[in-house]
Design a protein around this ligand. Structure first.
Ligand code: KG4
Ligand code: ZN
Length: 378
């Protein structure tokens, strides 16, 4: 069978994303962001985001179709984020998807935003970090691919055996065992308070680095000393973690609220003493603490659950230090790491299309045209 041609629609937060894939091949990934309209509020305002989706939808769709060189009636299916996310924002994309599906007579697939962040890892090309010191290869598995990532006869790529995913975004921080993207995703651990991206955003605000904070801290940290401050690594005490044999309740969980408080205290001390705040050093030390505890716990959870291939996803996956330390620790643990390009880590429509193509190829039944937006979908 021919690889399915799928249009993906993403509107769960501030990015209006339209992606088009044929199997695992990316044909278009057009993103329009309303971030600039939210900057002065220091966070995404749901009503503004929903209105911006409404305005951006048609031009973004047109541009994606032109880039892919196709028309809507050629696609095999339309996939759309049904949740989780901002209710009003989700509703714009979902309503649009329903209208297009109905008008063009195409099956509709409502997908989970978080699973889509993982599914994008099956698109070409991703960075593959193989254990054994081979290093980073921009191995797009063009041609025949490899044993672990070969594309099958249908032009679809199989998820490797014993796969897991580390999902780090503005709303979620999760380690998952992924038996199948279409039917078997198990949560191994997650944050019990702030998401990793949220911690970056709040810390950036404390340091006066603006919004969104992740890229700002990433940049500021480049000229700072990551050892200047020893910020806390949450939930790493033995009483939380236990042992591999008798795991504690929070063995595979994270907490970032204490870290945020510690940064606030450090800033206050400099201000109280009338000294300049060493922004770069604090940013670098904060980033080191977050990345250290995320990677340590993720790799341990993966190891203890027999995961041999880890897919990284979510906006925080754009972080340079995270990519570097995770690659290093996965290599040490004998885990193959797959990291999508940055443009596919932050919210986009291609990830929705990629998961949609997997659903079509798996023979999954389409969603009903009355599928609701589910803002708190797990
Ligand atoms: O996945 P995403 O685009 O949206 C959600 O689904 O949440 O993630 C957005 C988050 C924001 O918190 C942003 O600050 C963070 O990803 N982020 C980063 C970087 N780029 C984006 N965090 C750390 N370092 C980065 N380079
Ligand atoms: Zn996201």
């Amino acid at each position: 069978p021919r690889a399915p041609l799928v249009l993906g629609i993403e509107t769960s937060c501030d990015e209006t994303g339209i992606g088009i894939v044929r199997g695992t091949q990316l044909l278009a990934n057009t993103v329009s962001s309303s971030m600039e309209e939210h900057v002065r509020f220091g966070g995404v305002i749901p009503e503004i985001a929903a209105r911006a989706h409404l305005e951006a939808f048609r031009p973004t769709l047109r541009q994606a179709l032109d880039t892919a060189g196709i028309e809507l009636d050629e696609v095999d299916a339309i996939a759309v984020t049904a949740g989780p996310g901002l209710a009003g924002a989700l509703m714009v994309g979902l309503s649009a998807a329903k209208g297009l599906a109905l008008a063009a007579g195409k099956p509709l697939y409502g997908v989970n935003h978080l699973v889509a962040h993982v599914g994008v890892g099956l698109l070409d090309p991703a960075e593959h970090h193989r254990p054994g010191g081979i290093g980073t290869a921009e191995n797009g598995t063009a041609g025949n691919g490899t044993a672990a990532n070969g594309t099958g006869q249908s032009g679809m790529r199989e998820l490797p055996q014993n796969s897991g995913a580390l999902l780090v975004s503005g709303g979620h921080t999760e380690i998952l065992r992924v038996g199948s993207l279409t039917s078997d995703v198990q949560l191994l651990g997650s944050t019990i308070d702030d998401a990793a991206g949220e911690a970056f955003d709040k810390t950036a605000r404390l340091l006066g680095l603006g919004y969104p904070g992740g890229p700002a801290i990433d940049a500021a940290a480049a000229s700072g000393d990551p050892q200047a401050f020893r910020f806390p690594r949450g939930l790493t005490l033995p009483k939380f973690e236990g042992s591999a044999q008798t795991p504690g309740k929070h063995r595979h969980n994270w907490s970032f609220s204490g870290l945020k408080t510690a940064v606030a205290r450090a800033v206050e001390q400099f201000e109280a003493a009338g000294k300049p705040v060493p922004v770069a050093d604090i940013a670098a030390s904060f980033q080191e603490a977050v990345v250290d505890v995320i990677t340590a716990k993720a790799v341990r959870a993966a190891t203890e659950h027999g995961i041999t291939t880890l897919l990284l996803g979510g906006g925080v996956a754009a972080n340079k230090r995270l990519r570097e330390l995770l690659a290093h620790r996965c290599a040490d643990a004998g885990i193959e790491l797959q990291i999508p390009p940055v443009s596919l880590c932050t919210d986009n429509g291609a990830m929705v299309a990629a998961l949609g193509a997997q659903l079509v190829a798996a023979g999954t039944a389409p969603s009903s045209l009355s599928i609701p937006a589910d803002s708190s979908q797990p």
